[in-house]
Design a protein around this ligand. Structure first.
Ligand code: CP
Length: 360
C-alpha cells in the first residue's frame, strides 16, 4: 500500500481500498491465522475525545494481531494537561509506537499530527470533519450485507453538517459507479459545501430531503446518525434539533425488504429499540465488521514499514483559516497550507473555504 498515513480515505488508492476490504473478509473468515502478525509491534491510541467503538475496536484489533498498546483516553491524565503541544506529544510518542491512532476534537488534528510523526498516523476522527476508519467499517459492512458498493441509493439521515462519519462515507461512496444520495436533514444541518463539491466532481446524483418518512421507500441503504450534541454552540441550539428524525417500526414498514440500516453509533433517540429486532438493522454487526476492517488496515499500514520523520511542510499562503474548529486555531505553529480550486482557497486541515477578507 502506498499510503503512509490514513488521514482521509482519499489517501488510499481505489485498488488499495478494495484490497483492504477484501483482506478484512479474509481475516474475518480465519482470524486465528493472524494472531502473530503484529508480534513485537506497539500501537499508541491517543483519544483526546470520548470513544467506545473506535478506540476499543482498534485496541482489540491490535491485541488480536499479537501487538501491544500504549496511549491515553483522557488527555487530562497526560502532559497535554500541562500545556504540551500536539507537535511535542506526537514527536515523543512516535519514538515509542510503530503506529499512532488519534482522535481529537479539532478538525485537521490528525493531519497536523502526521507532520511530526516518525510512525504512520491513523485518523480516528477529527472534530466534525472526517472519520475514515468508520467509513472503512461501513464499506466492509456493505460489501457483506449488500454484496456491492455501487449502484446503491443511499439515504444519509440526521446531523449531516457535524457528522464526520457521513462526510467520509459520502466522499468514499461517491467514487463508486452509479451511487445516488438522498441527504435527509433539517436545513440547518445540511452537509458542508466541500462534500457537495465532491458529489458534483464525481457526477453523482443527489437530492435533499427533510422527511425520512417520504424518502425511506426509495433507499437501498439508510445511514442514520445522531444529532451531534457536542458540536452545537449552546444547549438550546441542540435542543432545537434533538429528536428531529426517529426511525421506528412504522417507517421501516414502508422500506424495501432488502434495505440495510447502518449507524456508526452511539445511538441516542434516532432509532427506536424495536428496530433492533428487524433483520434489516445491521448496526451491531457493523461494529464487528469494524474490528476486522481495522485489523486489515493495521497490517497494511505496518507492512508499508516506514519509520522516518517527514520533511518539514512549508506555508503555501500567508492566510489564517477562519474556522474556529480548525486545529490551526490552537496549534498556531502549524504551517499555513491551502488548496486552490476554481479561484478559491480551502484550508488543507479542515477543508473550509477562506473568507476573501482573510487573504492578504
Ligand atoms: N462510531 C464511532 O466513532 O463510535 P465511537 O465514538 O464510540 O468511537
Amino acid at each position: 500500500m502506498n499510503a503512509r498515513n490514513i488521514i482521509d480515505l482519499d489517501d488510499v488508492s481505489q485498488s488499495d481500498l478494495s484490497e483492504i476490504i477484501r483482506f478484512a473478509g479474509v481475516i474475518k473468515e480465519n482470524p486465528s491465522h493472524y494472531v502473530d502478525y503484529c508480534h513485537g509491534k506497539i500501537m499508541a491510541t491517543l483519544f483526546y475525545e470520548p470513544s467506545t467503538r473506535t478506540q476499543m475496536s482498534f485496541q482489540t484489533a491490535m491485541l488480536r494481531l499479537g501487538g501491544k498498546l500504549i496511549g491515553f483516553d483522557n488527555p487530562g491524565n497526560s502532559s497535554v494537561s500541562k500545556g504540551e503541544s500536539l507537535k511535542d506529544t506526537i514527536r515523543v510518542i512516535s519514538n515509542y509506537a510503530d503506529i499512532i491512532v488519534i482522535r481529537n476534537s479539532f478538525e485537521g488534528a490528525a493531519l497536523a499530527a502526521s507532520m511530526f510523526s516518525k510512525s504512520p498516523v491513523i485518523n480516528a476522527g477529527d472534530g466534525g470533519h472526517l472519520h475514515p476508519t468508520q467509513t472503512l467499517t461501513d464499506l466492509v459492512t456493505l460489501s457483506y450485507e449488500k454484496k456491492r458498493l455501487d449502484n446503491l441509493t443511499v439515504g444519509i439521515c440526521g446531523d449531516n453538517k457535524n457528522g464526520r462519519t457521513v462526510h467520509s462515507l459520502i466522499k468514499s461512496l461517491a467514487q463508486y459507479k452509479s451511487n445516488r444520495f438522498v441527504l435527509i436533514s433539517p436545513p440547518e444541518l445540511q452537509i458542508p459545501q466541500y462534500v457537495i463539491e465532491c458529489l458534483k466532481k464525481n457526477g453523482c446524483e443527489y437530492s435533499f430531503s427533510t422527511s425520512l418518512e417520504e424518502s425511506i421507500s426509495d433507499l437501498d441503504v439508510l445511514y442514520m446518525t445522531r444529532i451531534q450534541k457536542e458540536r452545537f454552540p449552546t444547549e438550546a441550539d441542540y435542543l432545537a434539533q434533538k429528536g428531529v428524525f426517529v426511525l421506528d417500526a412504522k417507517k421501516m414498514a414502508a422500506a424495501k425488504p432488502d434495505l440495510r440500516v447502518l449507524h456508526p453509533l452511539p445511538r441516542v433517540d434516532e432509532i427506536t429499540l424495536e428496530v433492533d429486532d428487524d433483520p434489516r438493522a445491521k448496526y451491531f454487526e457493523q461494529t464487528e465488521y469494524g474490528m476486522y476492517a481495522r485489523m486489515a488496515l493495521i497490517i497494511k499500514v505496518l507492512e508499508s514499514g516506514r519509520s522516518v520523520l517527514p520533511d518539514k511542510v512549508q506555508d503555501t499562503h500567508q492566510v489564517k483559516c477562519s474556522n474556529l474548529r480548525c486545529i490551526t486555531q490552537t496549534e498556531t505553529y502549524l504551517p499555513k497550507i491551502f488548496n486552490e480550486s476554481e479561484g478559491k482557497l480551502f484550508c488543507k486541515y479542515c477543508d473550509h473555504s477562506v473568507e476573501p477578507s482573510a487573504i492578504q
